[in-house]
Write a protein that binds this ligand. Structure first.
Ligand code: ASP
Length: 439
C-alpha cells in the first residue's frame, strides 16, 4: 500500500486529535479532576507532545551550525555575500512592516475591544476572571516577563555577539549569536589554504547530511507528536472562549489571513515571479508543523528541508535566509503584537492617538526581532509595549491573553514560517536560481 504523504499524515492527526478531544469534552464536560481517566489521558498526551518538541529542538543547534557553515563556506560561498545579506534584511524589514500595518488597519477597523463606542465591559470582566483563574505556570511566566523589562529592545543587538558561543547555543533564545558565529566561522574557512579548507568543508557538509537524516527520523513520528500536542489544546479550550473574545480572535485571524493569503502571495507572484500555489504546495509540511507546534525554531529543520527539496532553493541561500528568518523575522508575531496592544488599550479605555500608534508599530517591529521562536514568546513583548504605553493593569490583560493564546500562537507561527520561506524563494530568484521548478 502506498504511504500517505507526510503533510497528509500531519493533517490527519490534527483532525483526529481535534475530533477525539471534542468527543472527550462531550463525555467529560471539559473537566479533568485529579486521578480521573481524562486527566491521565491528558498527562500522557502532554508527555508525548513534550518528547516530540524536545526531539525537534534537539536538532536545531547542530543543524543550524552545520548548514550555515557548509552553505556559506561551500563553493562560491562568500561571493556576493554582502548583497545577499542586504537583500535578506531588506525583505524581512519590508514584509514585517506590511504585516504590522495590516494588523493596525484591522484592529482600528473592527475595534474588537469597543462596544457601542465605549470600552467593552464584558471583555474587561472576562479579563479579570481569566486572570484570576489562570494557572500558576501562566502567572509565573508573566512575572518572569515583568523582570525582563527594557532588555528586549536593544538586547537583540548584544545577543548577536555572545561572549560565550556555547552558552548561547545552550540557551533557547540566543540562536542569533550562534548564527552570527557560524557565519564568521564559515567566512574564515574560505580564507584557509586549499587543503585545510576542503577538509573543513567536507566535515561540515557531512555533519549537515547527518542532521538531515536525524530530522527525517524525528519527522517519521510527527503524526504521533502532533496528535499529542493538539489533543490537550482542544480539550482545554472551550467554546465559551470564542463567544467572549470572538471579535478579537476574528481580527487577529483575519489580519493573519490577509498577510498569508493575499500580501505574501502577491509578493511571490509579482516580485519573485513564481506561482504562489506551487510555493504553498512545496511548504505544506513545514506550515502544518509550525501550526501544530507553535514554534518556528522547532519547525526550522523541516522548513529547511522543504525549501531545498521541494522549492529547489540552493543550500547557500536557504542556509543564510532561513535560520536568520526563524530568529529575527516574525511577520505573524509583529502583526499579533500590534493587534493585541491596541485591543487591550481599547478594552482598558485608553485612548491611543495616531502618534502613539506609530510608537506601537515601531515597538512591534523591534520586539518581534527579539522574540524567540517558541510558544507564547511574544506575550513578553506585548507586556513590555503595554507598560511602556502606560496601559494600567497590563499584567492582568497579559495573563488573560496567555490563557487563550494557543490557537492564535499556532496561526501566527505558521505565518512566521511562511514569511521566512517567501523571503528565501524571492531572494533565490533574485540570485538567478531556478526555484519551484519541482514544486
Ligand atoms: N510562537 C511564535 C513562533 O515560534 C512566537 C510567538 O509569537 O509567540 O514563531
Amino acid at each position: 500500500m502506498k504511504r500517505l504523504a507526510p503533510h497528509w499524515q500531519i493533517l490527519a492527526s490534527l483532525v483526529l486529535a481535534t475530533l477525539t478531544a471534542v468527543a472527550f469534552r462531550g463525555l467529560f464536560g471539559g473537566e479533568a479532576p485529579e486521578g480521573s481517566f481524562q486527566a491521565r489521558a491528558l498527562e500522557i498526551s502532554e508527555f508525548v507532545g513534550d518528547l516530540f518538541m524536545q526531539a525537534l529542538k534537539m536538532i536545531i543547534v547542530p543543524l543550524i551550525v552545520t548548514s550555515v557553515i557548509s552553505g556559506i563556506a561551500g563553493l562560491h560561498g562568500v561571493e556576493g555575500f554582502g548583497r545577499l545579506g542586504l537583500k535578506t534584511f531588506g525583505f524581512y524589514a519590508a514584509s514585517t512592516i506590511l504585516a504590522v500595518l495590516t494588523g493596525l488597519f484591522m484592529v482600528n477597523l473592527i475595534e474588537p475591544g469597543v462596544k457601542d463606542g465605549a470600552p467593552n465591559e464584558v471583555i474587561r470582566e472576562a479579563f479579570d476572571q481569566r486572570s484570576a483563574a489562570a494557572s500558576d505556570a501562566d502567572k509565573a511566566k508573566v512575572e518572569e516577563a515583568n523582570k525582563k523589562e527594557g532588555k528586549d529592545f536593544f538586547g537583540v543587538f548584544k545577543a548577536m555577539l555572545p561572549e560565550n558561543v556555547f552558552k548561547a547555543a545552550s540557551d533557547n533564545g540566543q540562536m542569533l549569536g550562534v548564527i552570527v558565529f557560524s557565519i564568521l566561522f564559515a567566512v574564515a574557512i574560505t580564507r584557509l589554504p586549499a587543503d585545510e579548507m576542503r577538509t573543513l568543508r567536507e566535515f561540515f557538509q557531512a555533519g549537515n547530511d547527518v542532521m538531515i537524516t536525524v530530522t527525517r527520523w524525528v519527522m517519521a513520528v510527527a503524526p504521533i507528536g502532533v496528535y499529542a500536542l493538539i489533543f490537550p489544546v482542544v480539550y482545554n479550550t472551550g467554546l465559551q472562549l470564542f463567544l467572549e473574545l470572538g471579535s478579537y480572535f476574528g481580527t487577529v485571524l483575519g489580519a493573519l489571513a490577509i498577510h498569508m493569503f493575499v500580501t505574501l502571495p502577491l509578493v511571490l507572484a509579482f516580485v519573485a515571479k513564481v506561482s504562489p500555489l506551487a510555493h504553498f504546495r512545496a511548504m505544506r509540511e513545514a506550515l502544518l508543523l509550525a501550526f501544530s507546534t507553535a514554534s518556528s525554531s522547532g519547525t526550522l529543520p523541516v522548513t529547511m528541508r522543504c525549501i531545498q527539496d521541494n522549492a529547489g532553493v540552493s543550500k547557500r541561500t536557504a542556509s543564510f535566509t532561513l535560520p536568520l528568518g526563524a530568529t529575527v523575522n516574525m511577520d505573524g508575531t509583529a502583526l499579533y503584537e500590534c493587534v493585541a496592544v491596541v485591543f487591550v488599550a481599547q478594552v482598558m479605555g485608553i485612548e491611543i492617538t495616531f502618534a502613539q500608534q506609530f510608537l506601537v508599530v515601531t515597538a512591534a517591529l523591534l520586539t518581534s526581532v527579539g522574540v524567540a521562536g517558541v510558544p507564547s514568546a511574544s506575550l513578553v513583548a506585548i507586556l513590555l509595549i503595554l507598560k511602556n504605553s502606560g496601559v494600567p493593569n497590563a499584567e492582568v490583560a497579559v495573563v488573560a491573553l496567555l490563557s487563550v493564546d494557543r490557537l492564535l500562537d499556532m496561526s501566527r507561527t505558521a505565518v512566521n514560517v511562511f514569511g521566512d520561506s517567501c523571503a528565501a524563494v524571492t531572494i533565490a530568484r533574485s540570485e538567478g536560481e531556478e526555484v519551484l521548478a519541482r514544486g
